[in-house]
Design a protein around this ligand. Sequence first.
Ligand SMILES: CC(C)(COP(=O)(O)OP(=O)(O)OC[C@H]1O[C@@H](n2cnc3c(N)ncnc32)[C@H](O)[C@@H]1OP(=O)(O)O)[C@@H](O)C(=O)NCCC(=O)NCCS
Length: 173
Amino acid sequence: MKMNIRTETAADYEQVAKVLFHAFGDREDESELVKKIRKSATFVPELSLVAERDHEILGHILLSKAEVVDEGSSHEVIALAPLAVSPDHQKQGIGRRLIQEGLERCQKLGLDLVLLIGHPEYYPKFGFKPARPYGLELKQFDVPDDVFMVCELQDGALNRIKGELRYPRVFLE
Ligand SMILES: CC(C)(COP(=O)(O)OP(=O)(O)OC[C@H]1O[C@@H](n2cnc3c(N)ncnc32)[C@H](O)[C@@H]1OP(=O)(O)O)[C@@H](O)C(=O)NCCC(=O)NCCS
């Protein structure tokens, strides 16, 4: 049966939690993060996506609101986190489909930038590049330059938007 990428519903929460648990080395941190984001004002329901085949959830991606702050002005951006594919189904293109659909939806919503902290050898395939050379900063997490990445969704957005990425509080708890 064909794999389908669709908006997550409440009926998927349990299966999504299992995918996150196993994808992140049998730890609950990421499923706890997703639970908190779903309840927060930064949650955009149509940007929580699942990959489903045969009524089984095989992957999940969450894109939610964050801000880039520059001398008192604030610009709404999107943070991608987390992305997870069930360990038995990795390297089959499921992560790719989830990212592509997620970015397309963000672009249609008129959003400018998607930022993330992630594998530097994975995300550049999808248009992500190191964010710091564009004047984007990250102070909340102490991470190497190459893992803090940005994807530009509207022409010129990276020229216009500079400053510090601030993840919502739920990411810091
Ligand atoms: C990272 C993850 C989401 C990738 O999902 P996936 O469905 O296996 O990825 P895809 O099959 O769509 O891979 C797309 C491409 O990336 C490559 N790729 C997959 N995992 C990769 C990795 N960890 N590092 C580098 N390249 C990778 C694939 O070979 C493929 O390349 P190709 O298109 O040139 O053939 C998945 O491995 C996962 O859930 N990992 C554990 C949780 C995690 O680390 N999440 C990301 C946090 S930043």
